[in-house]
Design a protein around this ligand. Sequence first.
Ligand code: IMP
Ligand code: MG
Length: 176
Amino acid sequence: MIQLHDLQFEPYIDNAAIKQRVAELGAEITQRYAGKQPVFLIVMKGAFMFAAELLQHVNLPCTLHFTKVQSYTGTKGGAIASFEGIPQGLEGKDVIIVEDIIDSGNTIAFLLPHVQVKHPASVTTVALLQKKIHRENNVHADMLAFEIPDVFVVGFGLDYNQLGRNIPAIYAVKEV
Ligand code: IMP
Ligand code: MG
C-alpha cells in the first residue's frame, strides 16, 4: 500500500508484467516500421517512463521529440490547460505519439490536428494504458499495452497531483 497526499493506492500491475508487455509492443513497432525511420512524439510528463522502457525495444533508427499537454488536476480530467509545441520537420515522417494513458481521449483529440497540419506520412498512437469507457470523440490507441477499467492509477510515470511518477509499478486508488 502507498499513500500519496490524501489517497491510498494498492498494487495493480507489477513491474515484470509491464516490462514484458512493453517489450512486446516494442517488437510490434519494430516490425510495423521496418525500413522506416519513425519520429516518436512523447507526451510529457506522464509518458516519460513508458517511453524510456518502450524505446529500448524499438530496434530501428528513430528520432524523439517531447511535447507537453496538461489537463488533469487531482483525479479528474478537464480542459487542456497548457500545451508546449509540436516540433518542426514532421513533413513526410511517420509519427508515433507516445501517451501514458488514454482516459477521455481529449489529449490525443487535441494533439492529432496539431500533428496532421504538418503533413506527416502517417500518425499512430501508442499508449501504456487505456480506460475502458465510452468516448464521444472515438479516440483509441492504435497500439496499447493494457486496457483497464475506469479506475484512477499512479506509477510508471503517472501521477496524483505530481506524486507517484517514480513508482516502478502501477497502483490503483483504494476505494474508501
Ligand atoms: P485524457 O485527455 O482524458 O485522455 O487523459 C489523458 C491524461 O490525463 C493522461 O496523459 C494523464 O496524464 C492523465 N490521466 C488520465 N487518467 C489518469 C489516471 O488514472 N491517473 C493519472 N493520470 C491520469
Ligand atoms: Mg499525461
